[in-house]
Each structure stands twice: as C-alpha cells, then as structure tokens.
Design a protein around this ligand. Structure first.
Ligand code: NAD
Length: 257
C-alpha cells in the first residue's frame, strides 16, 4: 500500500517501537518526522538514514513530550501531520504506596497528556487536509493490569479511553483514531534486561525469555517492532477506513487469557 504524500509524525521515535514504526511508514512511502527529547548527532543521523534508504523526506524534531507546549510545538514544526503516532512512553515499577510522586507525574505526562496535546494540535491539520489517522501506542496494560505498575496502567487505560472519544469526535470526517496494544516487544530496552534477569534467576537466555519475561504471553514469542510498524501502516490503509475507536492487540494472546 502507498502512503505517498502523507506526513507521519511519530513521538518518541529515536529507538524501539517508535523507530520501527517510522521505518515501516517510510517504506510505505510516508514522509516521517522523528522525535525525542534529545538533540544529538545520532538522532539526526537516523532521519538521514531513513531518507537515504527509502527515498522519503525524513527529519528529526526535538521536543519533550512531558511538556504540553513542546508537544503542540512538535506538530507546528512538522507543518503537516496526516498520520499521528503517539508512541513516547516511560515506565516505573513500585507499589502504589511507595510510588514516587515525580515518577507518577512523569508517566501520566509522557504516556497520556502528550497524546492530548499532539492530537489537539494535529486534528485541525487533518481536517484541513481532509484525511487523517491517529494511532496511539497503548499496551496490554491498557486492557489489563499488573501489580506495581499503577501509573503505567492508569495512563494506558486512559489513552484507550481517549482514543474512543477522539474517534467519536472525528467519526464523520475521514479521520480514524485507534490504539495498538502490544504485549512484550523485543526493543533494545527489553534486550538489555535479559543478561541481568539471567543472572537473577540463574537461568539460560531461552528459559528466562520463555518462563520469566514471556510468562503472560501465550505465544512465548516477543512481538517485533516491524510487526508493530506493519499494524500501524495497516491502520492507515483504505482497508482500515471504517476501523475507528477500537484497540488492536499485538500480544501473542496475552489478553485472551
Ligand atoms: P523505548 O524506551 O525504546 O522508546 C521510548 C521512546 O520514547 C524513546 O524514543 C524515548 O526517547 C522516547 N521518550 C521518552 N521520554 C520522552 C520525552 N519526555 N519526550 C519525547 N520522547 C520521549 O521503549 P519502547 O519499548 O519502544 O516503548 C515505546 C512505546 O511502546 C511506549 O509508549 C511503551 O509504553 C509502549 N509499549 C512497549 C512495550 C514493550 O514491551 N517494549 C509493550 C507495550 C507497550
């Protein structure tokens, strides 16, 4: 399918799922705007690499998704935003009665509030263009919970709810809003946890992945960033034009349990 002529803005896309989605969007022909809160040579080099390998226009815009004005500024600097992928996210794990207030505030700001600000800024551009796609990267934790992840679970349930409201507000425009709910995805962040978990449990790599990390994922396979990217591209296709206000799980059966 072709996303030629569309511009995709992907928050939190200098690594992991966001970067995977940026690659798949670019391979489908969309111009891409990468983002994170840093402004390094490597960040800009990623955009150059995507552009060189796919032929689309790609650039990197620094904006801190914990700050509302910068979220709105990202859309302004992008200039166009036909496809908005709200992906930036962080995690902190602690019992709720010991949960640091600043961690709670940061998770709600980056994982939930940022999507409010970017969506509010992007919808007028989509309406003007007469076409738009909002894709929110939620989580299996947008549909279920785990202990010690209260802020993350609250933010992810929140973004699933917001997705439905945005879909209803845009239902008569050719604009859709959906949430992708990944289970465990093999990102560099997750890969980096494997050696420590092997030591902690005194287990080999395959056993740690299967019995510890993927204990709740029935397929016993990580989802990949390419699969997440492919799902996002599908939601931008004509076949998905009547899919709005819903969630798509990419979780190896986690939420079927
Ligand atoms: P990651 O750490 O590789 O990526 C997170 C991205 O967000 C990075 O690009 C980071 O720079 C960016 N980011 C963090 N704080 C930011 C800020 N203040 N402003 C702008 N950008 C910021 O992690 P990931 O696994 O790729 O996660 C991406 C999204 O997918 C998150 O929303 C996460 O909750 C969700 N998710 C991940 C998994 C998984 O297993 N990896 C599962 C379900 C959902």
């Amino acid at each position: 399918m072709s996303l030629n002529g569309k511009t995709a803005v992907i928050t939190g896309s200098n690594s992991g799922i966001g970067l995977g989605i940026a690659w798949e969007m670019a391979k489908a022909g969309a111009d891409v705007v990468l983002n994170s809160f840093t402004d390094t040579e490597d960040d800009h080099a990623l955009a150059r690499q995507i552009s060189a390998e796919t032929g689309v226009s790609a650039r990197y815009v620094k904006a801190d998704m914990s700050k509302g004005a910068e979220c709105r500024g990202l859309i302004e600097q992008a200039g166009a935003c036909d496809i908005l992928i709200n992906n930036a996210g962080i995690q902190h794990v602690a019992p709720i009665d010991e949960f640091p207030v600043e961690k709670w505030d940061a998770i709600i700001a980056i994982n939930l509030n940022s999507a409010f600000h970017t969506t509010a800024a992007a919808l007028p551009l989509m309406r003007k263009a007469g076409w738009g796609r909002v894709v929110n990267i939620a989580s299996a934790h947008g549909l279920t919970a785990s202990p010690y992840k209260s802020a993350y679970v609250a933010a992810k349930h929140g973004i699933v709810g917001m997705t439905k409201a945005v879909a209803l507000e845009t239902a008569e425009a050719p604009i859709t809003a959906n949430a992708i709910c990944p289970g465990y995805v093999l990102t560099p962040l997750v890969e980096a946890q494997i050696p420590d978990t092997m030591k902690e449990y005194n287990m080999g790599r395959e056993d740690v992945i299967r019995d510890v990390m993927l204990a709740r994922q029935p397929s016993k396979e990580f989802a990949t960033v390419e699969q997440l990217g492919g799902t996002a591209v599908f939601l931008c296709s004509d076949a998905a034009a009547q899919i709005t206000g819903t969630t798509i799980s990419v979780d190896g059966g986690w939420t079927a349990l």
